[in-house]
Ligand binder design. Structure first.
Ligand SMILES: Nc1ncnc2c1ncn2[C@@H]1O[C@H](COP(=O)(O)OP(=O)(O)O)[C@@H](O)[C@H]1O
Ligand SMILES: CC(=O)N[C@@H](CCC(=O)OP(=O)(O)O)C(=O)O
Length: 289
């Protein structure tokens, strides 16, 4: 394709996206390599410059795990959620809020744009309650496990976010929530991104991960388009498993909550956000209601 054709293919998308809100979930595995992270940041800055209101919700699971191990703690997960004791919450906050969040803000500044880094406890944006104990099978036995300082989302107060977006800032958000007593809770970043997208009435939710999209059982082909009901079938028959489950659940939550499009895209491939959003063929999986 000629270069001018590439640009012209993007025009209707640029027109359609102008003034709309997009929530981008940057997964921990898509941030391991500094060069790929920088590429994703460039795409994000471009989206902002073509007139989108951009919220970045980031994870950082792999780095929390690394810091825990360095401090002699072995991470444990139940249903994809990290068991979070008081010390783990402190580590998670140091990594997510102190390091990753501020790092992304600086990278955006380096690309010539302006960002504000906050976490879900600022302005009570993500109101959560401590999640109840979960039943876990250990050998032949079913046991109740308390996950500690892990939150389930009760509601979103988008006022601060809306103000920042209207003022022209890209908003970068760490997945730490607050409860009614003012305690901080650790929450899954995919879940946070889905709820934020719904509360903002976003036009798109994009989940950046380390695979090309939702793949078939043999992991040979990417589904280009899926309806929410089809993803539910793929979760029920085990085609979608592990870390992909919370991503797809948050996409389904988003599209059922009024977000027209949710995407799963490979953050490790150069400019995959732009190719997914501004070309007819796309590169990842698009989920609609
Ligand atoms: N149907 C599927 N298609 C693609 N990936 C899948 C599927 N089912 C499970 N996965 C797994 O989900 C992983 C993505 O989740 P995860 O590693 O938690 O990402 P992140 O750190 O970006 O949040 C993939 O690397 C893959 O191993
Ligand atoms: C409760 C819970 O599990 N919180 C996550 C928060 C970070 C996250 O979700 O990071 P990724 O998107 O990189 O997986 C955690 O502690 O790992």
């Amino acid at each position: 394709m000629r270069r001018e054709e590439v640009l012209m293919e993007a025009l209707p998308y640029i027109q359609q996206f102008h003034g709309r809100t997009i929530v981008i979930k940057l997964g921990g595995h898509a941030m391991v390599d500094p060069d790929t992270l920088e590429n994703a940041i460039r795409d994000i800055v471009l989206l902002h410059y073509v007139g989108m209101k951009v919220v970045v919700v980031h994870g950082g699971g792999p780095e929390i795990t690394e810091k825990m191990r360095a401090m002699g703690k072995e991470p444990e997960f139940v249903g994809g959620l990290r068991i979070t004791d008081a010390e783990t919450l402190e580590i998670a906050q140091m990594v997510l809020v102190g390091k990753i969040n501020k790092g992304i803000v600086s990278l955006i500044a380096r690309e010539g744009d302006r960002a504000v880094g906050i976490s879900g406890n600022d302005g009570n944006i993500i109101l959560a309650r401590k999640i109840s104990a979960q039943m876990v099978r250990i050998g032949d036995e079913e046991r109740e496990v308390d996950l500690g300082y892990v939150g389930e989302i009760e509601g979103i107060n988008p006022a601060l976010l809306t103000t920042l977006l209207e003022t022209g800032y890209i908003t970068v958000m760490a997945p730490i929530a607050i409860d009614r007593a003012g305690r901080n809770l650790n929450i899954n970043a995919d879940t946070a991104a889905g709820e934020i997208a719904v509360a903002l009435g976003a036009f798109k939710l994009v989940n950046l991960t380390d695979v090309d999209g939702v793949m078939d059982r043999e992991r040979t082909q990417v589904f280009r388009r899926l309806r929410a009901v089809e993803t539910e079938e793929l979760m029920a028959d085990g085609t979608i498993s592990g870390g992909m489950i919370p991503k797809i659940e948050s996409c389904v939550r988003a599209v059922k909550g009024g977000v027209p499009y949710a995407h799963v895209v490979n953050g490790n491939k150069t400019h995959s956000i732009l190719l997914e959003l501004f070309t007819d063929a796309g590169v990842g999986t698009m989920i609609t209601e």
